[in-house]
Design a protein around this ligand. Structure first.
Ligand SMILES: [Zn+2]
Length: 232
């Protein structure tokens, strides 16, 4: 009985604290306030997933967050190319903090996740490994109306809704190019960098697939946003 009262008291206190937090009566720093919108400048923490989930579910919020990302984008009209291949609230990204070998079409939620990745995974990992910034990336594409692993049957890939990007190579400020195809194996500095990049990407994206996953991914990191998480 006493234990039940204790549990009830704790629940009541938690509800009260949540209410006060929501009303703004208790101030906590925005990165730790679950109701504060996602701020791309904040390093990822336990609440980032929750805040990203809200961004994914709310097109207006997504556009507002994307506007603060520093990415150069223009809107792409909604369209359905084929069943399951839908562009909705998508943008064409022509420039990020890093240069792109070519622009790409991305769902707003992918563009926001990419901006987080660039700032909090890509650049820190390069600084740690090589003491310099990443100047550019090479990618193998984002939007493609196709099924998972290019199979004729089965479910649609997240590429079919522009929710995925395949990262093939990174160019450092000094011009050195590190490719997933050549750099992944072994335990040299390039391999350590690429593995760390994969691990950091897993904190931001929902699905991250590397050469460790299967042969289809031997030359790129597949990074996508959705609802289920895999980090391979
Ligand atoms: Zn992919």
């Amino acid at each position: 009985m006493r234990r039940r009262i204790l549990v009830l008291a704790v629940l009541l206190l938690a509800a009260l604290a949540a209410g006060l937090l929501w009303r703004g009566d208790i101030a906590v720093p925005a990165p730790w306030n679950p109701w504060a919108p996602l701020d791309l400048r904040d390093p990822p923490n336990l609440l980032t997933g929750l805040k990203l989930a809200r961004v994914k579910a709310d097109p207006d919020l997504c556009r507002a967050v994307l506007a603060t990302s520093g990415l150069s984008t223009r809107p792409v009209p909604d369209r359905e190319e084929a069943p399951g291949c839908v562009l909705s609230n998508a943008v064409a990204v022509s420039r990020a903090g890093v240069a792109l070998d070519r622009g790409f079409v991305a769902s707003c939620r992918l563009a926001v996740a990419f901006a987080l990745f660039e700032r909090h995974a890509l650049q820190p990992a390069a600084q740690e490994a090589f003491g310099q910034r990443v100047a550019a990336i090479d990618h193998l594409g984002t939007y493609a109306c196709r099924n998972v692993n290019h199979r004729a049957e089965g479910r649609r890939s997240r590429h079919a809704t522009a929710d995925a990007i395949d990262l093939a190579a990174v160019r450092l400020a000094d011009g050195r190019r590190i490719t997933v195809r050549q750099g992944w194996a072994g335990d040299g500095p390039e391999a350590r960098f690429l593995h760390r990049l994969r691990d950091r990407a897993c904190r931001i994206f929902d699905v991250v697939l590397s050469p460790d996953y299967n042969a289809v991914h031997r030359d790129h990191l597949h990074l996508d946003v959705g609802w289920f998480g895999t980090c391979r």
